[in-house]
Design a protein around this ligand. Structure first.
Ligand SMILES: Cc1cc2nc3c(=O)[nH]c(=O)nc-3n(C[C@H](O)[C@H](O)[C@H](O)COP(=O)(O)O)c2cc1C
Length: 326
């Protein structure tokens, strides 16, 4: 590990560490209006939501790095206490990037970026038509830390009204595959939340689970199970006992009498097909012939069942290995 205290680094080095390590960051596309009525639109990735009752979001238009002056967004917010915050999708990220240009205060970034302003219901700043999720907000607090370039101005806002496109809203839920959000990574890198990049990890539902610590050591010491696999194993209330495992193996053989191929090649073909039942049948055969890598094949089978959400099968298959420990 490298170890640093911020006081020993330049501001630019600190910034690079923060934006490299804290991410991917959601991007707020913030619309404000000046006291003179000039629209302003800028992206901010120092952004998140912090509570839903009342709905609170915050973002930080920092002081400009070169001269510590305030950005237009900050000045407009302080003057009018209003903004619209919208999300950035892949289809508009190029135009959003254009809106981040440090234009002078007189420039309307809606015009420069080509994004379309539409009226809001409760606040003066316009909404961005092309964004599928828009929040009309009032500023409830401004927390500033420091007066130098890059100092934070955390703009804490309460959402007064949500606007959500029907194209991304299904049964009251924003569909992550449909909304196609992008987020900010360090430098010029972005991240697109789409396709395989989106995955599900159910929250622990039971009040009690065995926890990582109660997983048997032979499983924790495996080279096959990952930390994520072990965490999934830990989400059960009880570990099956030996009689349950024996019963399970007997059932597998009795209820699935069909002949299958029992070579290693066939095993890996079943693995590719996520056919953990056939993998286990092959493993039971490997056990009869004292296969030298039996433990590994048992673990691959249990892991496959686990990753296909059959935790009961996975646990019993994993514990089957105990029959072959000395
Ligand atoms: C994707 C993206 C994220 C950004 N995030 C921030 C941020 O969190 N804070 C910030 O001060 N500037 C951020 N910037 C830069 C501002 O958008 C830029 O300084 C902008 O010109 C400010 O406009 P304004 O003076 O009209 O408020 C970001 C730029 C981009 C492209």
């Amino acid at each position: 590990m490298f170890h640093y205290e911020p006081k020993d680094l330049t501001v630019s080095e600190v910034y690079k560490l923060l934006v490299g390590g804290v991410g991917p960051r959601p991007i707020a596309l913030v619309s404000t209006i000046s006291e003179d009525g000039i629209n302003n639109l800028s992206p901010f990735s120092f952004f998140n939501t912090f509570g839903s009752n009342p709905p609170i979001i915050a973002f930080s238009p920092t002081r400009r790095r070169k001269d510590a002056s305030h950005k237009d967004t900050y000045n407009n917010l302080m003057a009018t206490k209003e903004c619209v915050v919208q999300v950035v999708t892949y289809s508009i990220v190029g135009q959003v990037n254009l809106a981040s240009t440090e234009y002078t205060s007189e420039v309307d970034e809606f015009i420069r970026s080509g994004l379309t302003p539409i009226d809001s219901d409760f606040v003066k700043p316009k909404r961005v038509k092309e964004s599928p999720f828009q929040m009309e907000c009032k500023l409830v607090d401004m927390k500033s830390y420091g007066e130098k370039g890059s100092s934070a101005n955390i703009s804490i806002c309460e959402v007064l009204k949500f606007h959500i496109s029907e194209e991304v809203f299904t049964n009251g839920i924003i569909d992550p595959q449909k909304i196609d959000l992008v987020s900010k990574m360090p430098g010029n890198f972005y991240c697109r939340a789409y396709g395989d990049a989106i995955f599900e990890l159910p929250r622990p539902q039971m009040k009690q689970n065995i926890g990582y610590n109660q997983i048997p050591d032979f499983m924790k010491n495996s080279n096959v199970y990952t930390g994520n696999n072990l965490a999934a194993f830990a989400l059960v209330e009880n570990i099956p006992d030996k009689s349950e495992v024996d019963e399970f193996i007997k059932k597998i053989l009795n209820e699935n009498p069909e002949e299958i191929e029992v070579t290693e090649d066939a095993f890996f073909k079943y693995l590719e097909e996520s056919n953990y039942l056939y993998m286990l049948k092959a493993v039971i055969h490997f056990a009869k012939v004292n296969h030298s890598q039996l433990n590994k094949f048992i673990q691959l089978t249990a892991k496959c069942a686990l990753e296909n959400n059959n935790k009961d099968f996975a646990w019993k298959a994993a514990l089957y290995e105990l029959n072959f420990h000395n």
